[in-house]
Design a protein around this ligand. Structure first.
Ligand SMILES: CCCCC[C@H](S)C(=O)N[C@@H](Cc1ccccc1)C(=O)N[C@@H](C)C(=O)O
Ligand SMILES: [Ca+2]
Ligand SMILES: [Zn+2]
Length: 318
């Protein structure tokens, strides 16, 4: 007999959280059947490389063991991000039709990354110096957004389309983890306070460019893992800054942008991703796509279209 339950969990970064769980034979699982998909589940890789690994279980539906904490964070981030795409954008799971979702934590040993592998989300524990466990909310949202991108635009993970792919994941990550404009602030360099892996409000604060003229590999570049596919995690700072300016406003490189707020910004970027971006979309084409999306939603000559246009101009695109 299996039944949906409501459990609690001690997370690493979000305190104590209430989460749907499943019970079977007196054992509880990080397994949610209360949403669209048949299941949304979080597994453990037991510090190995096999996926999806094994279920994370608990005997009393209070997932408080230290081994379970990363799983509680990843599960919580997974369901919050599912809810975000459904409630804000009407999208049921990453494929739009309720695909099941799986996350696996404790992948490898001391692994300083998290990723979407085409089928599921995968999270490392970090080495304790560069990263703590990479399971905080904005990381889950970043990774699940890669799945959404894969099922919509399919932006190729290299050069400008790859930087845009990374940027789209960062933009929706800060829309889900809505209380700041930074990414990885809780898991990055646990020994250093006040920093983050990336900042959308001020990309250069964390080593990213915020203008097209400062992009990495402006000339020819042969994409490889060693050059981060021509700098996808660096050049994402440029569209990231544009999205920030749309939402929050500001004057950048002498160009003033009037704020249109987070709600209009996320709607514009989602419509552009789902309707206008393709596998080879460049920054310039992303400018055109977001202007078209803003026009569709708010009308030509609207303050939203003006802000989108000015935000791209402020980062030297268009
Ligand atoms: C394994 C191959 C590399 C995949 C890169 C994944 S999509 C990725 O971009 N991961 C994020 C994780 C993240 C997200 C938000 C905040 C903190 C960390 C990422 O940015 N990884 C960095 C460390 C990188 O790969 O350079
Ligand atoms: Ca954040
Ligand atoms: Zn990524």
């Amino acid at each position: 007999m299996v039944a949906p339950e409501t459990g609690s969990g001690s997370s690493l970064y979000s305190g104590t959280v209430t989460i749907p769980t499943y019970s079977s034979g007196g054992t509880y699982y990080l397994y949610d059947t209360t949403r669209g998909p048949s299941y949304i589940r979080t597994m453990t890789g037991n510090n190995g490389t096999s996926l999806p690994g094994s279920y994370i279980t608990d005997s009393d539906n209070n997932f408080t063991s230290s081994a379970a904490r990363a799983g509680v964070d990843a599960h919580y981030g997974q369901i919050l991000t599912y809810d975000y795409f459904l409630n804000t954008h009407g999208r049921n799971s990453y494929n739009g039709s309720g695909a099941n979702m799986t996350s696996t934590v404790h992948h490898r040993s001391g692994y300083n990354n998290a990723f979407w592998n085409g089928q599921q989300m995968v999270y490392g524990d970090g080495d304790g110096s560069t990263f703590g466990p990479l399971v905080e909310l904005d990381i889950a949202a970043h990774e699940l957004t890669h799945a959404v991108t894969e099922y919509t635009a399919g932006l190729v993970y290299q050069k400008e389309s790859g930087a845009l792919n990374e940027s789209v994941s960062d933009i929706f990550a800060v829309m889900v983890d809505r209380d700041d404009w930074t990414l990885g602030e809780n898991s990055y360099t646990p020994g250093t306070g006040g920093d983050a892996l990336r900042s959308l409000s001020n990309p250069p604060a964390e080593g990213q460019p915020d203008h097209y003229d400062d992009r990495l590999y402006p000339g020819s570049c042969s994409p490889s893992q060693s050059n981060d596919y021509c700098g996808v995690h660096t050049n994402s700072g440029i569209p990231n800054k544009a999205a920030y300016l749309m939402a929050a406003g500001g004057t950048h490189n002498g160009v003033s942008v009037s704020s249109i707020g987070r709600n209009a910004t996320e709607r514009i970027w989602y419509r552009a991703l789902a309707n206008y971006f393709t596998s080879s979309t460049t920054f310039s084409a992303a400018r055109a796509g977001t202007i078209q999306a803003a026009t569709d939603l708010y009308g030509s000559g609207s303050s939203q279209v003006t802000a989108v246009t000015n935000a791209w101009a402020a980062v030297g695109v268009g």
